[in-house]
Write a protein that binds this ligand. Structure first.
Ligand code: ATP
Ligand code: MG
Length: 361
C-alpha cells in the first residue's frame, strides 16, 4: 500500500480471511486472479504470491467488483451508528468497539470510530497516544452549539490508509460536559452535527461509538443519535440488573426525545464467557429467558489476547486482537459478531468514488 500518514503499520489480512471477508468461496487460484483484476495497480511488484496480504482498501475494491448494484456515493444516506453502551464498567465496550470497528474496515467498509469515553481507552487501544494534543467529539459538539465553525477535520486521525478506518480520539477533557447543561436541544447535538457535516459523515458506511459506563449528558446525546443501542454484558447476575438500568435510559429517551419517529431499540452481546463457569451459564440462561429477541447469537469468549492489546509503554504497538492474533478464538468471535451487526444495522457498501481511490493511489 502507498505510504500515508496513518497511526501505525497494518500489514493486511492473509488469503483465508480475505476470502471470508469478501464472501468468496471458490479456489484460491481463482481468487488471486480476481484480486489481480480488481486491485492490480495497488499490488506492489512481486507480491502476487501466496503470501500476499490484503489491506482494507484492497478488500473493498474486490468486493465492489463482485457485488452487484452498489449505491452511488452521492445518493447515500447518513450511515448507521453503532453505539456500544452499558450501565456497568469493565464489560468490554471498548474492546468490542475497537475490534468490531477494525473488522468492519477489514471487510471493506469505510468506518469511523468515535471515542466517547474521557478515559480514552479506545484511542489507546487503536494505537493513539492520548498525551498528544487532540480534538475530541465534545469540542466539535460545543463548537456546533455555539454556532462556531466545527472544523471537523481537526479531530480525525487516520488509522488505516485510504480512509478505511478513521478515529476521533478522546482524552480526559471530554469529561467536561457542563457546557451542555444550558444548551437547548442538547440531546440532538450529535444528530445536528451529522446533518450539518453530512458531506463528512456520508463518506463512511458505519460509525461506531464507544461510551463511558455512567449516564451523562454526553452518553445521552450519543444514544439519541443511534437507532439501536448495543449493550455489552458479562454473563453475571449483576448484568441483568444493569440491563434494567439501561432499558430505563432507553425508555426515557423514547418518551422524551423519540415521541415521534422510530423508537430506540436494544441489542445485547455477551462477552468474556467462560464455559466452565456455572455462574456464567446460569446468567446466560437468565439473560436468554428475559432478553432472547435482543441477544446476539455469538457469545464472545474470554480470551487473554484481549488483555494484550494496549501497550502503555508505546501506544504505536497497541492494536486490536483482530490484527495481533487474527486466527485466535477472540478474533473468530469478533468476526461473527460483526457479521451479525452488518445484518442488524443494515450496513451497506457504496460504489467506489474515484476520488477515494485517487487519494489512495
Ligand atoms: N472477551 C474478553 N476476554 C478477556 N478479556 C477481555 C474480554 N473483553 C474485554 N476484556 C478485558 O476486560 C477489561 C475491560 O474491558 P474494556 O476496557 O473493553 O471494558 P469497558 O466496558 O470498555 O470498560 P469501562 O466501563 O471502564 O469503559 C480489559 O482489560 C479488557 O482487555
Ligand atoms: Mg471502555
Amino acid at each position: 500500500m502507498p505510504p500515508e500518514n496513518v497511526l501505525r503499520p497494518f500489514h493486511g489480512v492473509r488469503l483465508k480471511l480475505a476470502k471470508e471477508f469478501i464472501g468468496f468461496i471458490g479456489p484460491d487460484k481463482k481468487f488471486r486472479e480476481l484480486a489481480k483484476e480488481a486491485i492490480g495497480d495497488l499490488i506492489p511488484v512481486g507480491s502476487t504470491s501466496a503470501h500476499k496480504t490484503y489491506h482494507a482498501l484492497e478488500i473493498r475494491r474486490i468486493r465492489q467488483k463482485i457485488l452487484p448494484g452498489l449505491v452511488a456515493e452521492a445518493f447515500r444516506e447518513l450511515p448507521p451508528i453503532i453505539n456500544f453502551r452499558m450501565s456497568k464498567g469493565g464489560t468490554g465496550k471498548t474492546t468490542v468497539s475497537a475490534n468490531v470497528a477494525t473488522c468492519f474496515a477489514q471487510c471493506g467498509y469505510k468506518t469511523l470510530v468515535i471515542d466517547g469515553d474521557p478515559q480514552g481507552s479506545l484511542s489507546m487501544q487503536l494505537g493513539f497516544d492520548i498525551n498528544r494534543s487532540l480534538t475530541h467529539i465534545g469540542t466539535l459538539l460545543e463548537r456546533l452549539s455555539k454556532a462556531q465553525p466545527t472544523q471537523i477535520h481537526d479531530a480525525v486521525v487516520p488509522v488505516y490508509s485510504g480512509g478505511m478506518l478513521d478515529l476521533i480520539p478522546a482524552d480526559i477533557t471530554l469529561a467536561n460536559d457542563s457546557w451542555m447543561i444550558s444548551t437547548m436541544g442538547r440531546e440532538a447535538l450529535l444528530q445536528r452535527l451529522m446533518e450539518q457535516e453530512s458531506g463528512f459523515f456520508k463518506q463512511y458506511e458505519v460509525i461506531i461509538i464507544d461510551s463511558a459506563p455512567g449516564a451523562s449528558l454526553l452518553t445521552t446525546t450519543f444514544m439519541a443519535a443511534s437507532n439501536i443501542i448495543t449493550a455489552v454484558v458479562i454473563p453475571e447476575a449483576q448484568s441483568v440488573l444493569a440491563l434494567e438500568v439501561l432499558e430505563g435510559n432507553i425508555e426515557e429517551i423514547n418518551q422524551s426525545i423519540r415521541r415521534t419517529g422510530p423508537k430506540l431499540g436494544l441489542h445485547i452481546i455477551a462477552n468474556r464467557y467462560r464455559q466452565t463457569y456455572k455462574s456464567h451459564n446460569d446468567a446466560l440462561e437468565k439473560l436468554g429467558s428475559k432478553y432472547a429477541p435482543y441477544l446476539n447469537d455469538t457469545i464472545i469468549r474470554d480470551f487473554a489476547g484481549f488483555l494484550r492489546e494496549t501497550d502503555m509503554s508505546d501506544f504505536s504497538k497497541s492494536a486490536p486482537v483482530l490484527e495481533k492474533e487474527p486466527n485466535s478464538v477472540g478474533a473468530r468471535d469478533i468476526i461473527d459478531v460483526t457479521k451479525a451487526l452488518i445484518k442488524l444495522y443494515n450496513v451497506k457498501m457504496s460504489a467506489a468514488p474515484s476520488a477515494e481511490l485517487a487519494a489512495a493511489a
